[in-house]
Design a protein around this ligand. Structure first.
Ligand SMILES: *Cc1c(COP(=O)(O)O)cnc(C)c1O
Length: 364
């Protein structure tokens, strides 16, 4: 199929030909075949999120991943609630911004761009401010590739009995996790990340009892998570407004392929091996990673620009693109970096080839 380059950008990311081919059919949104497909996707998502699916439900939401994050932030915090946001990058900061737009009372713990979130700091803040009702954090901060310690933070959040919101956008489906064990009330991800679908909708895995308490609370009509859930649940897979039918069909195929690969654990191993090969190969080519190895995620890695006046990211980008790879600019304010993602239909041979191409193209 037509594949001018591999996307090393998470995401959209490189999808399989069969996922793309699944879109070559039009579906009626209210027909029972399509609604049945939606219901099956919701059930499979919950099973991917936990070994104890009964207390959980899944809601699909139109738009990019941020729309789903915003639907949670705008819906689940009551008027008299207060949100603590743990941030160490652009996606954590985006949650702060969403809360600000909605006028939600917010406390922010900012760890900077290159330090991990710590459970101790979270505990200090929760102790100091008992009015906090909800805690939100990002699992893999795609800004840098930082993997935040959700199990440590979860232990504190559960001990203090707060509602836990997890932006697992770039990690769900690629890193094993169990929302029940982690005490996560709302986990957010989207079609075009580790499940390896195409962009067009996001989804929320919610603890049903928590969501049931949110009726009438949303600060937005289109992004009302409760209403979206109620219509899907009562309508047997109906979407409130026009659904991205082709994208949903492609997502169903992507779920089948995740299962065929061996599930999340096997995909995690592939991503981890890709990332290790990439980070080690880049180090051999003289690139320094932004973060120490123990903070790397198996999703995306940030590298400093080489210390040479002759280096230009734009030139490297164009050379790699011509050779069949698209990489990602950096997204932090304190240093010149670029990022290379390794999720999607990306295998060891692709990383080997990328490293060879970079080696051949060194111009600095
Ligand atoms: C991709 C991503 C999002 C959502 O970004 P969109 O551009 O709205 O899809 C949110 N959080 C994280 C951590 C992400 O990686």
């Amino acid at each position: 199929m037509n594949r001018p380059y591999l996307l090393l950008t998470p995401g959209p990311l490189t999808t399989s030909d069969t996922v793309k081919a699944a879109m070559l059919r039009d579906w009626c949104t209210w027909d029972k075949d399509y609604n049945g497909l939606v219901q099956s996707i919701r059930a499979r998502l919950v099973r991917l999120a936990t070994a104890s699916p009964e207390p959980y439900t899944a809601v699909l939401m139109q738009g990019s991943g941020s729309f789903s994050v915003e639907s949670v932030i705008g819906t689940v915090i009551p008027k008299d609630g207060k949100l603590l946001v743990l941030t160490n990058g652009a996606y954590g900061n985006r949650i702060v911004q969403m809360a600000s737009v909605y006028g939600i009372s917010t406390s922010v713990l900012n760890f900077g761009e290159t330090d991990s979130v710590t459970a101790a700091a979270v505990e200090d803040r929760l102790l100091a401010d008992p009015s906090i009702t909800h805690v939100a954090m990002v699992h893999c901060e795609t800004t840098t590739g930082m993997l935040n310690p959700i199990a440590d933070v979860s232990a504190v959040v559960q001990r203090y009995n707060k509602v836990f919101i997890m932006d697992a956008m770039s990690s769900f489906g690629g890193i094993p996790m169990d929302v029940k064990e982690l005490g996560i009330d709302y986990l957010i991800s989207s079609a075009n990340k580790c499940i390896q679908g195409v962009p067009g909708f996001g989804f929320v895995i919610a603890r049903t009892e928590a969501l049931l308490a949110c009726k009438g609370q949303a600060r937005s009509l289109s992004l009302d998570l409760y209403d979206q859930w109620e219509v899907m649940e009562k309508g047997g897979g109906k979407w409130r407004f026009t659904s991205p039918t082709h994208v949903v069909r492609a997502f169903d195929q992507a779920l089948v392929e995740l299962e065929d690969e061996g599930g999340i654990t096997v995909r995690y191993q592939r991503y981890k091996a890709n990332q290790k090969l990439l980070a080690e190969g880049m180090a051999q080519l003289g690139f320094c990673a932004l973060l120490p190895k123990e903070l790397h995620s198996p999703i995306i890695t940030s590298f400093y620009y080489p210390l040479s006046d002759r280096f230009s990211f734009e030139v490297l980008y164009e050379k790699l693109k011509a050779a069949g790879f698209v990489i990602y600019p950096g997204k932090i304010s304190t240093a010149d970096t670029f990022r290379i993602g390794n999720i999607g239909e990306i295998y060891k041979e692709d990383i080997v080839k990328l490293l060879q191409v970079i080696n051949n193209e060194i111009f600095w």
